[in-house]
Ligand binder design. Structure first.
Ligand code: 1GP
Length: 231
């Protein structure tokens, strides 16, 4: 099995959205490096467990829970990604929720399976942006957050989150230049092979979410588009 720093592509499934078995099979067998289960609204334990069991039933793709609500925390995933929202105006989303979860659950978990993500939410219209009371950083702010994610907090992942909107490839390129060891994740608005390739030029990993539900055929093509890249 590949290690996380060899990954290039991840599909993100929203437990609050319906997906047929046929489509889920296609996602899991697409050649993607992993599948994240995560969302912002209406993420319930039932929804998370339903997806986990349907994925596990017949697939071996690595399965990650992105923990946004501790009520929906469940054992059985390969990895747990925990967002720390660097551009939230509330300390709660950067520090306090994570602190509380560590206090309550760390003894039950395997720390090697947990990855903290330095999140920077860059789409003002995204649900996560509003939910976390974030502000829109300018390019220099974003680069400074990337620097802090790596050098100050030593986080394994810096995540440029444009959820629902295709972002700025130039800024992704500039942010990548700030990072030496921390992996750069890009997510947001990828619907075509060309967009996947463009963002993968700079990001280590691209995440494709919404287009799974709106245009599966083209969403599936994003896997091969980035697998062929050498970086
Ligand atoms: C969302 O970054 C992911 O958390 C992917 O974004 O849904 O816009 O593809 P999209």
């Amino acid at each position: 099995m590949k290690t996380i720093n060899e990954w290039k592509h991840i599909f993100k499934l929203d437990p609050a959205k319906e997906i047929s078995d046929e489509h889920l099979d296609k996602i899991c067998e697409s050649g993607t490096d992993a599948v994240i289960v995560g969302g912002t609204d209406n993420v319930t334990l039932d929804g998370v467990l339903d997806l986990l069991s349907r994925i596990r039933r017949s697939h071996t793709v690595p399965c990650i829970l992105e923990v946004s609500d501790e009520e929906a925390l469940s054992p059985g995933f390969d990895y747990y990604f925990v967002p720390m929202v660097l551009n939230s105006k509330e300390k709660k989303y950067m520090m306090d929720m994570q602190h509380k979860a560590i206090k309550e659950y760390i003894d039950m978990m395997e720390y090697s399976e947990i990855f903290f993500e330095g999140y920077c939410i860059l789409n003002e219209d995204a649900k996560a942006f509003k939910h976390t009371n974030s502000y829109l950083p300018d390019a220099d702010d974003v680069k400074a957050y990337a620097f802090m994610a790596e050098k100050v907090f030593n986080l394994p992942i810096f995540y440029m989150e444009y959820s629902g909107k295709y972002g700025d490839p130039k800024l992704v390129e500039e942010v990548k230049e700030e990072l030496e060891n921390t992996m750069l994740f890009y997510g947001g608005g990828i619907e075509t092979e060309m967009q996947a390739k463009e963002m993968k030029e700079h990001a280590d990993v691209i995440i494709v979410g919404n287009s799974i539900y709106t245009d599966l055929k083209n969403a599936l093509k994003t896997v091969k588009a980035v697998k062929d890249t050498t970086k």
